[in-house]
Design a protein around this ligand. Structure first.
Ligand SMILES: [Zn+2]
Length: 166
């Protein structure tokens, strides 16, 4: 049976609720949320990038943590750049109240930059990393092919420039 706080919502045992007083100072390792008019302070994991001010929530399950993200910046045909493969660690420590399941952190992945975010556990995240490593090797090989083609075309263009016209 999960622990509960004053509102009766289950609390993940790994992220204990620290208090429910108003006007409490936010420290670097805690986050304060206003829950139905009551300020509650929750432990902040070291990897969380932090929260903007005090979060106002309807339910404690809506409190989430997110790490800094990583992404690949690619050029676009139309100009400019786009970030793809954005990934970060996310955790909804009180999610158990909604799902009844485990409340574990996961890797959030926005592959195409369109906010179509998938949640990956460690095994799936490793599988993705393996695929990306293979892709990088294939990409480097393709770039090598391109370099040969460009060098060949450049040499032919140079030869054509030197031909004597009759
Ligand atoms: Zn956080």
């Amino acid at each position: 049976m999960a622990a509960t706080h004053s509102t009766g919502a289950p609390v993940c045992e790994r992220y204990a609720l620290l208090g429910g007083t108003t006007g409490q100072q936010i420290t670097p390792r805690t986050v304060t949320a206003v829950l139905r008019g009551t300020a509650v302070t929750v432990q902040e994991p070291a990897w969380c990038k932090g929260h903007r001010g005090v979060e106002t929530l309807t339910d404690l399950v809506d409190l989430s943590h997110a790490s800094e993200s990583i992404a690949v910046t690619v050029p676009m045909y139309s100009g400019g750049t786009e970030q793809i493969l954005e990934a970060w660690i996310a955790h909804w420590p009180f999610e158990r109240a909604r799902t009844g399941g485990a409340c574990l952190p996961y890797l959030a992945l926005d592959a195409g930059g369109g906010c179509d975010i998938v949640n990956l556990g460690p095994a799936a995240a490793h599988a993705l990393a393996d695929q990306l490593e293979a892709y990088v090797a294939q990409l480097r090989a393709k770039v090598g092919e391109l370099e040969v083609l460009v060098a060949d075309q450049t040499a032919r263009a140079g030869d054509a420039d030197g031909e004597v016209q009759s």
